[in-house]
Design a protein. Structure first.
Length: 313
């Protein structure tokens, strides 16, 4: 049996990329909000790390949706799911969450970059300036709603797979939490990597702040992965078979232990702890740690998607 082609395969790698990009977007927004609220204030727009997060968040969503549309059997009918919503469909609910998240995201971006935007619109577009001032007056509410929407989007990536009830490994209550925290981890990594590539200081206060949060997130990820598989094993039957097939056999076993556990979790945790204890963070440490985290999360999405469809209840 090929690791990428087997009986029972419904969703393949484009769905994993879509789930990865949605998680990156949600995580980047989450950390951008935290940086603005607790470290940078109204000058957040000057930070290369906040700028990187503000670029990554919308582009990741657009790229993910583009991949999803291209993968559809009838891509030109995609507009129907944007107009006709079915509250009993997890896909339809997800699209609604995504649309609302994007609206709040662009409203929040306008608030973050209010100083340069207001100055630019002052003489050119007075009506746009009035709209911006109205958004700025509601910034606190927009920020809170966006934070909740980002968390909802991150968890939704797991709910989407858990809706496949015929697959015991995917129909797991831990999956939304696992995808939420791995999405936050990828968002932190994307923000850090983008920030240092945009000439942000690898030893700046933004990096210290994100790393202090990233360490417990990685530890929670480890606990959730452990809980995920222990629950499957203790459930017995098809769930037990799915768990052992995923982590103990062939190609996907190597991906799990080598790619996810070692590269995606252990190395970033070790690098973070090393940088926390060292006198100064360097570009190479920050960049390598971020790339390891992103690689691990991408592999996790593919691993769960493919191995989860190998065993049918």
């Amino acid at each position: 049996m090929s690791p990428f082609h087997f009986d029972g395969l419904v969703w393949h790698w484009p769905i994993a990329i879509y789930l990865f990009l949605a998680g990156v977007s949600a995580g980047a927004v989450f950390f951008a909000i935290l940086l603005k609220q607790f470290r940078l204030g109204d000058d957040a727009y000057r930070s290369p790390f906040v700028q990187a997060a503000c670029i990554i968040a919308p582009l990741s969503v657009f790229a993910g949706l583009g991949i999803l549309v291209i993968d559809l059997t009838k891509p030109f009918d995609f507009w129907k799911i944007l107009v006709f919503y079915n509250p009993t469909s997890v896909m339809s609910v997800g699209v609604a969450v995504l649309m609302f998240y994007q609206a709040m995201l662009f409203a929040w971006l306008a608030c973050v970059f209010k100083k340069p935007l207001l100055a630019f619109c002052e003489q050119r577009w007075p009506r746009v300036q009035r709209l911006l001032k109205w958004l700025v007056s509601a910034e606190a509410s927009i920020t809170g709603i966006l934070a909740i929407s980002a968390v909802a989007l991150g968890a939704y990536t797991g709910f989407l797979l858990s809706a496949l009830t015929t697959y015991p490994m995917l129909n797991n209550p831990v999956l939304p939490l696992l995808f939420l925290f791995s999405g936050l981890s990828s968002g932190a990594a994307g923000t850090l990597l983008g920030g240092v590539l945009m000439k942000g200081s690898p030893d700046g206060k933004e990096v210290h702040f994100i790393h202090n949060i990233e360490i417990p997130i990685i530890l929670v990820e480890m606990v959730l992965i452990f809980t995920f598989f222990v629950g499957l094993i203790l459930s017995g039957g098809a769930s037990k078979i799915a768990a052992f097939r995923a982590i103990g056999e062939g190609f996907w076993g190597w991906v799990f232990w080598g790619g996810i556990v070692f590269v995606g979790l252990s190395l970033p945790l070790a690098f973070n702890l090393f940088m926390k204890a060292s006198a100064k963070r360097k570009f190479s440490y920050v960049a390598v740690t971020a790339m390891c985290s992103l690689t691990g999360v991408l592999l996790l999405r593919n691993f769960i998607l493919y191995t989860g469809q190998m065993t049918v209840a």
